[in-house]
Design a protein around this ligand. Sequence first.
Ligand SMILES: [Zn+2]
Length: 600
Amino acid sequence: MTTVVFQTPIYDLTADVCCHPPATPFFGANPLKPHHFIAPFKCIFTSTLGFSLVALLTACATPPPTTLESTPSTIELSIFSLNDFHGHIQPKSPTPLMPRLPDPKTGEVKPQAAGGVAYLATVLNDLRAQRKNHVFVAAGDLLGASPQLSSMLKDEPTLSALGELGLLASSLGNHELDAGLPELLRKTRGECAVGGCVWPEFKGASFPYLAANMFDADSGKRILPSHVIKDIGGLKVAFVGAVTRDTPRVISPRAIVGLRFGDEADTLNALVPELRAAGAQVLVAMMHEGAVHEGGANDRSYACPGLQGRGVDIAKRLDPAYAIIVSGHTHQAYTCKINGRLLVQAGSFGGWLTESRLKLDTTGRVLEAEAINHPVLQGAYAPNPAFAALVQRAAALTTAAREIPVALLTRGAQRSATAPFGDSPLGNLVADAHLAHGKKHAKADMAMTNSGGIRADLTVEPGRMVTMSDLFAIQPFSNNLIALTITGGQLQELIRKALPKRPGPASLQVSHNLRYQWSQAAGAEPVLESVTFEGKPLDLARDYRVVVNSFTADGGDNLSVLRQGRDRATLGMDIDALAEWLAENPKALEQIEPGRITKK
Ligand SMILES: [Zn+2]
């Protein structure tokens, strides 16, 4: 009889701040290869909310809490999962993720470069080599809002790379629909884009996108498959995918014309009889929806105090027949259990890889479940040469456009709010750039931009020109800027609707001449206290000329007020406005006045 001892994760990233030496393998008997984590990895905490990142490094003496014995009548299955990759195949410019973690060599806790598909491949391949039964799946937003290197090639290198990584299937994400369903279907089939092929070796997606809850609005028929079933370790495992039902609220309305989105839990629950009838013994839910979590990327207790959001609600309503929920959309890294069932997410941009390990009996019943988020640290792994070469080929095809110099800046800017619920330095810069562009071309009064449209920090290296590639990482949606006219009353209503529902930068960032203040009592709805324009209270009856991006102008983020805007004029691309502003005002960042949005 073989005895496998389940042991504590090598990354003991726990909420109880309890740590174990790095020589301890995660599950199973084979220790990780020594070059991986040489050093004093201990406890790692990250908050992915953008501010107050805290890393704790604490030694602790208690031994691993559980040792489980398995017998030949049990099957161990490792489910590796990824979400919200957003085309981040490149290792830097932009660096996919900088979680605060101990340096693999020195142990010093500091921001660490993580991600890049060549590093992800190494982590995944090394772990797979140690697991008997494994599968690699994803929870959507693998494409869209991508850095220029992938985006200019219509994310085809990303699809190629994920296929070559052996991805079995992904749930659909809202961003897969950014350019509309026909464009997604073209990509999955490997056809050339209108205007010619962009990635010469592209053969399409070798994995299916699953969307059980997306229907043709007219026929009511499902457009993409709901699930795939795979035999693993003698068990039939069904992987079932759903996209957030909020897709219509977070995507440009024109991208989803004719589509209907059903409730995730209701849809997945209704599928259970069909999956069972097809012989599925284990059901894995992959959903592009998730939770918000202020704790660490790994919680060995799985209690995840404070975990909240739609992902939690769905998890509570989802049929217990589902063994695990792989989630996404909120860009958070967590390993939690809700009513005893795993709910996991791997952060974003390939900076983390989740491994969920299920111990199952021969009928597919879950006997034990554990999960860990492995950070894909560039300092701890060697890049996989084949994937590094793929990234190089994509880089070579896009060099000219990516390397257009913009300005020599002395400082960068963060997209996270300076004070919780307030404005962010980068939000202020972008809004000011849009206003400057709007003043030049459309007699604009003010500009506003959605925080969700700002996708990366502006990072500056001394002596290196900021390039279009850097700016594209910040604003990757190729949105047009739109000038439109609304009344002060409509503007007030717009800002009220955009008040944040959860911690982070306020969802509408504003130009220097617009300010607003708001408050929120515990458990109550947010209240807009005041709005001023050029130092004076907003005149509710007056018309204001406002610059916003096309996503917001079309009513994205549920801001339908802007669809009532009059005298619309298209002013050109958002990224060009930012480039122009920085080129003309390299000191713009130093001159920005913060405090435009305050919470009382
Ligand atoms: Zn999403």
